[in-house]
Design a protein around this ligand. Structure first.
Ligand SMILES: [Zn+2]
Length: 105
């Protein structure tokens, strides 16, 4: 019987975390998979992928805008909210971006 050459799961996770740390500022990450070339992580730009969306939340009261494709619409919500609540000064934007992983030769 051939020896099992698969690396231990803990070793794979350590490698994946190290690669993830190195690629934190990049949009594309790669992970070598034994016998299958490279597993690549990247934003999903396919025509049928869900759209990238924005949402704004008021840090003072927690109210949120709708989730919108156009950033201008959530910014309009923020400005209307601030006009109605003059003491609410800080907001958090949540950006939702679809991602995928795929094998690349
Ligand atoms: Zn508010």
């Amino acid at each position: 019987m051939a020896p099992d050459r698969r690396p231990l799961l803990s070793s794979l996770l350590r490698q994946a975390n190290a690669i993830s740390d190195r690629n934190r500022r990049h949009t594309l990450g790669g992970y070598p998979v034994l016998g299958r070339s490279l597993l690549v992580s990247e934003p999903n730009r396919a025509a049928d992928a869900p759209p990238l969306t924005h949402r704004m939340r008021c840090d003072t009261c927690g109210q949120r805008s709708a989730r919108c494709v156009e950033f201008g619409r959530v910014q309009d919500w923020q400005l209307r909210h601030a006009a109605a609540h003059p003491t609410h000064h800080t907001y958090t934007e949540t950006l939702t971006r679809p991602w995928l992983v795929a094998f690349r030769g």
